[in-house]
Ligand binder design. Structure first.
Ligand SMILES: Cc1ncc(C[n+]2csc(CCOP(=O)(O)OP(=O)(O)O)c2C)c(N)n1
Ligand SMILES: [Mg+2]
Length: 360
């Protein structure tokens, strides 16, 4: 089964060969320094991801959901956010987390099973990872309606996959956002697969076209083009902040790795498909652009590679040094106030654990 290739209606500002192209509605004016820093983010994020996959393979993480291939969609959209905006991720948004300033160690701690949730969502306006497919779209719309009532000059962005668009929650979120004109950007990373289920089993029409039925604009962007993802998301967020309501952005991309480290994609998709998408790699095209326009030299690329190596090394060492939590800590953050049922459960668990004392 082969996934469809991107039709011409998608917004693209940088071709896979690294050529800049114009678009009548979306443009972006980036300095050489800004392009170099986008490139750096893409490379470092990919390196964090690779290190995490390796750690899982060595038994140091329970699971990892790789973002390989989706770096541009995440860095482009993540860099479009202001500090005041709030992001609601799935379980794969490591690149967005990076752009928000979340220490990747927290992501690893979550998948190592040694922290209970991950991080403080308000510290970087980056909500906790959500595994229940699509549920975060409702959370984000509720949040957006809240900040709308507060009169805040901020928007909300919510990430979800192509598979999630078939969930009731996502469709309900679309309706609420539409009728209340909520300041939210629905950012769908269409990576062509929902585990082993191909896109054609989710929709007969391009996903971005769904938006019109709900009464708000939808747009398809080349999800492997960091310039286009930045430009389109920036515009959608600005519209949301200015009171023009929601937008659905479909970032047309590809999940180059397995769904998670527990999955084997060779069981359900052909190798040719991956090879075709490798030619559209999100990092290579920025590198080609920088080279061609003499905005960076070999020394720059070597420096970024060395930085990535160091980042991977440090992250690995810090991950292995993470302390295991006390077993009872799982009860600590369930409720803010004491709760009778929870106290009883904690008591039972403590008694249960005490039963092992002295045992080999
Ligand atoms: C409500 C719910 N149903 C099923 C699952 C199991 N599940 C985990 S990931 C996934 C596929 C999601 O695909 P997609 O939305 O395309 O996101 P992607 O993983 O491709 O980024 C499913 C069905 C779940 N986590 N939650
Ligand atoms: Mg998917």
């Amino acid at each position: 089964m082969t996934a469809p290739t991107a039709p011409p209606e998608l917004v693209q500002l940088l071709t896979p060969e690294g050529e800049r192209v114009e678009h009548p509605d979306y443009d972006i004016d980036l300095t050489a320094e800004e392009v170099r820093s986008l490139y750096r983010d893409l490379v470092l994020v990919r390196r964090v991801d690779l290190e995490a996959v390796a750690l899982q393979r060595q038994g140091e993480l329970g699971l990892w959901a790789s973002l390989l291939g989706q770096e541009a969609a995440q860095v482009g959209s993540g860099r479009a956010l202001t500090d005041a905006d709030m992001a609601f991720p799935t379980y794969r948004e490591h690149g967005v987390a990076w752009c928000r300033g979340v220490d990747p160690l927290h992501l690893l701690g979550l998948f190592r099973g040694v922290n209970h949730g991950g991080w403080d969502p308000y510290e970087h306006n980056f909500h906790l990872y959500t595994i229940v497919i699509g549920s975060q779209t409702l959370h984000s719309v509720g949040y957006a309606m809240g900040i709308q009532r507060d009169g805040a000059e901020a928007a909300t962005i919510v990430y979800f996959g192509d598979g999630a668009t078939s969930q009731g929650d996502v469709n309900e979120a679309f309706i609420w956002a539409s009728v209340f004109n909520a300041p939210v950007v629905f950012f769908c990373q269409n990576n062509q697969w929902a585990i082993s289920e191909p896109l054609e089993k989710q929709s007969k029409i391009p996903l971005y076209k769904r938006a019109s039925g709900f009464g708000f604009p939808g747009i398809r962007v080349d999800g492997n083009d960091v310039f286009a993802c930045l430009a389109v998301t920036r515009a959608a967020l600005r519209n949301a902040r200015e009171g023009q309501g929601p937008t659905l952005v479909e970032a047309f991309t590809y999940r180059m790795g397995a769904h998670t480290t527990s999955d084997d994609p060779t069981r359900y998709r052909v190798a040719d498909e991956l090879e075709a998408w490798k030619l559209k790699d999100p990092i290579e095209r920025v590198k080609a652009y920088l080279f061609k326009n003499q905005l960076a030299d070999q020394e720059f690329f070597d420096k970024i590679d060395a930085e990535a190596d160091q980042l991977g090394k440090d992250l690995r060492a810090r991950c292995l040094a993470l302390p295991d939590p006390q077993p009872g800590a799982i009860f600590d953050h369930v409720y803010v106030e004491p709760h009778a049922l929870l106290a009883e459960e904690r008591e039972q668990f403590t008694t249960y654990l005490a039963g092992f004392e002295g045992a080999q």
